[in-house]
Design a protein around this ligand. Sequence first.
Ligand code: P6P
Length: 342
Amino acid sequence: MPDLGWNDFDTLESYIANEQRKYPESRGIFADVVRRIGIASKVVAVKVQKAGLLDVLGSHGAHNVQGEEQQKLDVIANEIMKATFEWMPLVAGIATEEEEDYTVYPPKPENEGDRYIILFDPLDGSSNIDANVSVGTIFSIHRVEGGGYRTKLSDFLQPGKSQVAAGYVIYGSSTMFVFSTGFGVHGFTLDPEIGEYVLSHENIRVPDQCTCFSANEANYKKWDEPTQRFADHLRYGDDEIYEITTSRYIGSLVADFHRNLLHGGVFMYPADAQTGKGKLRLLYECAPMAMLMEQAGGMATTGRERIMDIVPTELHQRVPVAFGAVREMEMYEGMVAEADEQ
Ligand code: P6P
């Protein structure tokens, strides 16, 4: 057998197939959903890598449900992701950051079993695109009843702990597909020579050492007192654990989260103390990232409750969020609880 240089690696394809073989009763539908997200992300990666050349930078003129001016690549990535699932028997519906309403695909006769809904942010961090900062696609997969059942809004409003899979693709110095199906977090790096995602980071564990604090510190004055106290402790505290803790924040969730997942650290987008609201969306940003952080041994909290326990009340709901190792997250929750008792 000629040494092709890659045949001793697990590709995303072979990894999914191996995992599926562990469940003989599996119909392979779920595996196919993950596989197709991988394919869609390769198409998005090509567009992102060529963004500067294909004049797809700059705003599209339209605005998404968040009132944010849509960058052209946002719209292109959204269309690519939707096209991947449209009219497919395996997917009951999708919801995307770029659209007000969810989309339901009518059940197909051949589809008697459970089906899946996909919630995604097709290109998170897009305001950074023209500055060539890493951006990403974030996805969350839930299961819904199969057969003739008509998918409805409540099927999309499931808590993060019901996710069957979650992940992101980061379009950076390399393109990486990072996901979990509840059995750890695994990273696959796209090998452009063979066009395959190759297993590069098996069973990622978030380091205990908090090497960085990652938040938009321009908002410090908007944070409530325990949040300010927590941030001060990490940055200025005399606790020697945090002597090497530095600040890193690039304003692209996938890039900031990925760095902390691999190198350790706290990422937070706290609530504005006046409104009590956070900025990041629960269903297709915080919940999928929370699954990954927990699967990697960390925690994801609002400061008062586990992100994965929150039962959504609306599709584009925003929540305050902090991701990190258990020690820092428990410290933060303790400071918030102490302040709440006063
Ligand atoms: P700010 C990007 O628009 C985004 O949704 C996340 O990717 C990122 O973490 C956050 O907003 C940045 O927000 O207010 O710091 O610019």
